[in-house]
Design a protein around this ligand. Structure first.
Ligand code: CO8
Length: 382
């Protein structure tokens, strides 16, 4: 076998589940600013004495310019815009009922199965990957396996924003090793409960979604739009610049009070500027290196389905690689509609913008984010 050549594993079908509710920037900013006004009014004496700082208003102009986000989808809208709560009101489901992220994943999985021309019983590996799993055990993947009627085995994994690409790579390993014959990789990113809607720097960033991919050997694939994975490159480099401390350990902290669970570090936190500066060179170098190793010219890449965290990052990566600005069809954007959907973003872009490619066309699916982590797949339509 030629060095670095991965034989015949394909993405034979994809699916996206879009949650039922939208929240526009206008709605979000209106609620946040009402919260700020009531906070500043409540603490007006301390603010006047200089003992506390007044909170600043958020603006739609900043959000759209800094991130490219115009709206986001959420599973549960109730509670998020309520200034007394600012958190989705999600009722606990009985253990006998399908878990909420399993439900999201199954919707996406059904579409992916249909596009791949596969039945659930033909899947013998289910990988559930999300930035934060709904619970540690039993693995949600096993619940999805049972609910769909898949065979074989299933497990959960996380690599934050790169979980989907790392999940695809892990499924490839299983297919190549012969421990599975047809794999389902699902990425239900239920981000909204992890957002601090009282935090001006991050209240606008994320949305909910689920994506799914079917992977199998090329010779068995019968989907309409099948993509061979020519290469995968994975990289991680430790950084605290995107972090959450939400953990089963929190409740064992000495002198714990309920308020501790609402502190900023229990939600998503990031040093956005540092992420920008540190991650961009890593991404550009990794993709350039990958193309060089595969002897592929960037001119032969018809499409880049990039991670969807921030429009300015995507424009930068595409401009760096192409040495010019990318047209929309060369690096499609979905984050204006979906916001940052963690690991699902590049797969949503792939799902929505791949059908016009013809056999022989090549593209790159690339995710990047917390860890830091980067996952890059070069694919070719067959
Ligand atoms: N409205 C108005 N003004 C604001 C707002 C707001 N909402 N927020 C901040 N500002 C102000 C700031 O106070 C600051 O004011 P000043 O200059 O006076 O200090 C000014 O605007 C500029 O602030 P920033 O420097 O923070 O703004 P940036 O231009 O850097 O934009 C971004 C902020 C959009 C956050 C940007 O830095 C960014 O997106 N960086 C990339 C980050 C990234 O890609 N991160 C990936 C994270 S996703 C991931 O890894 C998944 C983790 C798992 C997630 C799980 C689900 C929750």
């Amino acid at each position: 076998m030629k060095k670095n050549v991965t034989p015949g594993i394909v993405i034979s079908g994809t699916g996206v589940f879009t949650p039922p509710y939208t929240i526009t920037n206008e709605e979000l900013v209106h609620s946040y600013n009402a919260y700020v006004d009531s906070y500043n009014n409540l603490h007006r004496n301390e603010i006047a004495k200089g003992e506390m700082s007044a909170l600043q208003h958020s603006t739609c102009e900043f959000i759209e310019k800094a991130s490219g986000i115009k709206q986001r989808y959420v599973m549960v809208k109730e509670g998020i815009l309520d200034t007394h709560r600012m958190m989705p009101a999600i009722s606990r489901r009985p253990d006998e009922e399908l878990s909420i992220t399993a439900e999201m994943a199954i919707h996406a999985a059904r579409e992916a199965l249909e596009n791949a021309g596969r039945k659930p019983g033909e899947i013998d590996l289910v990988i559930y990957g999300a930035s934060t799993s709904e619970r540690p055990w039993p693995a949600v993947a096993v619940e999805i396996q049972a609910a769909l009627g898949c065979t074989g085995y299933a497990f959960d994994m996380t690599v934050a924003c790169s979980t989907a690409t790392f999940g695809i790579s892990t499924a490839m390993d299983a297919l190549l090793a012969g421990t599975a014959t047809c794999a389902l990789v699902v990425n239900p990113e239920f981000a909204s409960p992890q957002i601090n809607f009282r935090d001006r720097d991050s209240h606008f960033i994320f949305g909910d979604v689920a994506t799914a991919c079917i992977l199998e050997k090329e010779e068995s694939a019968k989907g309409k739009h099948v993509f061979r994975i020519l290469d995968r490159k994975l990289k991680t480099q430790f950084s605290n610049n995107i972090r959450t401390n939400v953990s089963f350990l929190t409740k064992s902290e000495p002198n714990i009070t309920l308020g501790r669970f609402y502190e900023q570090d229990q939600f998503f936190i990031q040093q956005g500027r540092k992420v920008f500066k540190e991650l961009l060179p890593l991404i550009c170098n990794l993709i350039e290196q990958q193309l060089k190793e595969k002897n592929i010219d960037i001119k032969d890449i018809r499409r880049m389905w990039l991670h969807q965290a921030n429009i300015n990052m995507n424009l930068f990566v595409a401009r760096h690689l192409l040495a010019r600005d990318a047209e929309f069809k060369e690096a499609p954007v979905v984050l204006d509609e979906y916001a940052n959907t963690a690991s699902a973003g590049s797969i949503i872009a792939f799902h929505k913008y791949h059908e016009d490619l013809v056999p022989g066309d090549k593209g790159i699916i690339c995710s990047f984010g917390a860890g830091y982590s980067i996952g890059s797949l070069i694919v070719e339509k067959i």
